[in-house]
Ligand binder design. Sequence first.
Ligand SMILES: Nc1nc2c(ncn2[C@@H]2O[C@H](COP(=O)(O)OP(=O)(O)OP(=O)(O)O)[C@@H](O)[C@H]2O)c(=O)[nH]1
Length: 304
Amino acid sequence: MNAEIKNSMDAKHFRTGYIAIVGRPNVGKSTLLNHLIQQKISITSKKAQTTRHRIHGILTDTQSQFIFVDTPGFQMRYRNQLNQIMNRVVTQSVRDVDAILFVIEARRFDERDEQVLKLLPTNIPVILVINKVDRLEKKHQLLPFMENMARKFGFAGIIPISAATGSQLPALLEMVRPYLPESPPLFDEDEISDRSERFLAAEMIREKLFRLMGDEIPYSTSVVIDQFTIEGHLRKIFACILVEKANQKAIVIGKQGEKLKLVATQARKDMEKLFGSKVYLEVWVKVKSGWADDVNTLKNLGYE
Ligand SMILES: Nc1nc2c(ncn2[C@@H]2O[C@H](COP(=O)(O)OP(=O)(O)OP(=O)(O)O)[C@@H](O)[C@H]2O)c(=O)[nH]1
């Protein structure tokens, strides 16, 4: 921890708290978290619903430590056991936080946003984050939209931002800061995530599946890390992609193994950047029929 932060940590008024980022799929929650903590931790993709786990991103400055909880979007499309568990994670993650960032898209508030809004507690400050304002052609349309939103809920604050460009993010942090309780930091400054490297490695592979596969495939896959060892500056990782059907296995592997090779190579490069070391990665594909409906398998995979 650097001296400046250490000094102000000793000061009385340091603040530390948990902040949940909620919102329907695709509003930009992961992009926001990544930009705030300046490091690729949460995964982003053009496809909706790529975030399945709670991920903590941590930002420490001279006065405060912001511990972010990224939550999965609400699943509307595939109503199986997995989706119910994901929705429970959302509800749980907003319960124990000091502030909530409710993310929506500029000038777009649909029934899915409404559904998320209904689940928000009234005893925790909720800041309405209107994202993607960089896309707005007519900026003057923003004000009536904000006024309209203010009538829907007792927001602690409303702020238009662009998670992609980073516009207004410092102002957003200033809006959140007063809601964090006075407390010394809970994590070391260098700790950008409380998730294990093992988990992050699986997320990197999952992100590549979302990026490189056709529409339906990623929703029926899961990634398990069979083995993760650190030998000096080398991380050796053996991972397994679980699919539901044999034909999906063939799609994931691709012609002469090309698709899988691409997934593995890109994931390995991301891991090397994130872990700051060389990575040896082997990825296998296995058929595990009906995994998305099997509660025991889900528990084994780490979904509570
Ligand atoms: N133009 C623009 N695009 C953005 C902005 N923020 C996010 N996006 C894009 O919106 C898409 C979804 O972003 P994500 O961060 O993956 O969204 P999410 O809310 O985490 O999505 P789920 O994981 O599905 O819940 C991506 O293609 C982003 O690049 C923004 O400020 N401006």
